[in-house]
Every structure is written in structure tokens, then in C-alpha cells.
Design a protein around this ligand. Structure first.
Ligand code: PNS
Length: 163
């Protein structure tokens, strides 16, 4: 496979995302990590910050490129000559939402396939939203996100980041 897209909000990226990026990058010539520029979803990091965290965490993966997009995912893949999208499945909880998106995307653009990889069990409970919640309630999220994400989170901490 030449190009594969791994799209998401990545607000922020977790070690679950990083695991998936690492594994998906072995399946294609180029893995494009596409950061959704989502104004409505109340992201705490800017697109540039999210891209920078991903860039820093994937610097050892030469065939990974980082980009951002807004609007429909199918428009982005069509414009960029991409025919497959990869998504991670943590557990059955993800399945219904994911199959709905995969089928809608296929309906909108019949030249794209969605490929699912099972998340590694050590990260099956990890999500960006839970990581943020635990962090801002003073919980320990070390090992669940790349170190650079911890640094960025500290900058968003009103106290100036004592953790
Ligand atoms: O990491 P997320 O937030 O679960 O990723 C969801 C994402 C970005 C893949 C999805 O929201 C998306 O594709 N958004 C772009 C807008 C779009 O195409 N919507 C229709 C999806 S069927």
C-alpha cells in the first residue's frame, strides 16, 4: 500500500495513538497522520501544538508525515490520492461508532477503505479525553502519553505546572 491516512483529533496524542502509528507505518510506504482542525469540539491544544507533539513523538519513524485537515475526511483523501484510512479499535465500545463512520465514508466516496487495527491491550483504556480529565484532576498519567505531551499539558496548567 502506498499511502495510508490515520486521522483524528489527537487532543492530545496518547501512547495508544503512538502504538497505532508505529504499527500502521509498517503497512504502507507513507503514513499520513491527519489532525482534524475541529473548532466545535473544544480542543485544548491548537492544531500546531497537536502536530508538533506528534512530529516530536514520531521522529524515529521516517515514513510518517503529519498534516492537518478540516471539512470532510473523504474530501481530504480524494484530494491527496489516498485510498485507505486506518482506525484503532480499543474494544467493542468503539465498534458501533467506527462502523458507522466507515460506512458513511464509503457512501460518500467509494474509493476509500477503512482498515481497523486492534489497540494494544496495555492501552485499551486510554483516550485523549480521559487522559486530560485525570491529568487536570491531579492524577498520574505518566506512561500513558509521550513525555512531550506531559510537557505541553504542564503549560496548560493554571498553576504553571508543578507536576
Ligand atoms: O480521534 P477522533 O476524534 O475519534 O477522530 C474522528 C475523525 C477525525 C476521524 C472524524 O471525526 C472525522 O473524520 N472528521 C472529519 C469530518 C468528517 O468527515 N465527518 C464525517 C465522518 S463519517
Amino acid at each position: 500500500m502506498d499511502k495510508l491516512l490515520y486521522a483524528g483529533s489527537f487532543d492530545p496524542m496518547t501512547n495508544g495513538h503512538l502504538d497505532l502509528i508505529t504499527r500502521a507505518s509498517k503497512l504502507c510506504d507513507t503514513l499520513v497522520v491527519g489532525v482534524l482542525q475541529n473548532r466545535s469540539k473544544g480542543a485544548i491544544f491548537t492544531v500546531e501544538e497537536r502536530m508538533e507533539m506528534i512530529r516530536h513523538s514520531t521522529q524515529d519513524l521516517p515514513n510518517v508525515t503529519i498534516d492537518h485537515f478540516s471539512g470532510l475526511l473523504v474530501d481530504y483523501v480524494e484530494k491527496n490520492g489516498i485510498h485507505a484510512v486506518v482506525r484503532g479499535l480499543r474494544a467493542t465500545m468503539d465498534f458501533e461508532y467506527e462502523i458507522q463512520m466507515a460506512q458513511m465514508n464509503a457512501r460518500l466516496y467509494n474509493n476509500v477503505e477503512t482498515i481497523f487495527l486492534m489497540t494494544s491491550p496495555i492501552y485499551s483504556f486510554v483516550s485523549s479525553s480521559l487522559v486530560k480529565e485525570v491529568y487536570f484532576l491531579n492524577g498520574n498519567i505518566e506512561g500513558l502519553v509521550p513525555d512531550i505531551v506531559l510537557d505541553y499539558l504542564k503549560q496548560k496548567t493554571p498553576s504553571g505546572g508543578n507536576r
